[in-house]
Design a protein around this ligand. Structure first.
Ligand SMILES: *[C@@H]1O[C@H](CO)[C@@H](O)[C@H](O)[C@H]1NC(C)=O
Ligand SMILES: *[C@@H]1O[C@H](CO)[C@@H](O)[C@H](O)[C@H]1NC(C)=O
Length: 247
């Protein structure tokens, strides 16, 4: 009995702490290549294979969540259906992973990572970087944004073949106070429990796009319903610029 409780506790802990964000519910299939910055990451960690979302921010750099770190990552750009090879695909290996130096896996803070690509992606109609917000110019509660992803994560292998997207609203940080380590300076609270219709979660590491700018990175949630927690990209501008300038 004791052992069972312990196992259940462990399972609950794992489920709560594994990236909560799995799939887009209430979303729809994105128009083919309408989000040319989207990246699908194939990640190898020990003997485990999993995937994350990400987004191209420079011809040779992809941004994602730090919890997507692996021993080896390859990036697929220009994809719509990830299970059917498309002419538009560009598959590029990552040569260097830059998780944020203060990434904290227990508190899920500073969940941001930059990936340097082995070679520059070729810009096409299906592959193009997305702009980032300028320093401290973040989105405010009430803003309607878009999330997109294929929904494949460690927890669920049953994602979607095609890119899905959903509209979500940035909400008051009060809605995220149930997440014990929520810090509104570095995180965005997205969706309210009432907004089930436009619920999602989005792939871990995928972008929150507001007016054509990537403002957030899907970090975690409670797995079932909103709100979810996103890394606030604007908070990390100086770290991002430092890495980009030095590499
Ligand atoms: C990427 O890395 C894998 C594994 O090391 C390797 O098999 C593959 O050839 C590499 N791809 C390119 C384009 O270098
Ligand atoms: C926080 O959790 C409590 C207890 O589970 C719940 O009743 C409440 O609705 C939650 N608040 C928010 C803002 O999600």
């Amino acid at each position: 009995m004791k052992l069972l409780c312990l196992l259940l506790l462990l399972l609950t802990f794992l489920l709560a702490h594994e990236t909560g964000a799995d799939e887009i519910l209430g979303g729809k299939e994105a128009r083919r290549h309408s989000r040319p910055y989207m990246a699908f990451l194939d990640i190898k960690l020990c003997n485990d294979l999993f995937s994350c979302g990400g987004f191209l921010i420079r011809n040779d750099f992809v941004m994602t969540a730090a919890h997507c770190v692996g021993d080896f990552i390859s990036v697929r750009l220009g994809a719509h259906n990830i299970n059917k090879r498309e002419e538009t695909w560009q598959i590029i290996n990552v040569t260097k992973q830059f998780p944020h130096p203060e990434y904290n896996a227990e508190r899920l803070l500073n969940d941001i990572m930059l990936l340097k690509l082995e070679k520059k992606a070729k810009q096409t109609t299906a592959v193009r970087p997305i702009p980032l917000p300028s320093t401290s110019n973040s989105v405010l509660p009430g803003k309607e944004c878009i999330i997109a992803g294929w929904g494949g994560t460690k927890l669920k292998s049953s994602g979607s073949d095609t890119l899905q997207e959903a509209e979500v609203r940035v909400t008051n940080p009060i809605y995220c106070k149930n997440f014990t380590c929520f810090d509104e300076r570095s995180l965005l609270c997205v969706g309210t429990p009432k907004s089930i219709k436009t619920t999602f979660s989005g792939d871990s590491g995928g972008p929150l796009v507001c007016s054509g700018v990537a403002h957030g990175i899907v970090s975690y949630g409670n797995n079932k319903y909103p709100p979810s927690v996103f890394t606030k990209i604007a908070h990390y501008s100086s770290w991002i610029n430092q890495i980009l300038n030095a590499n």
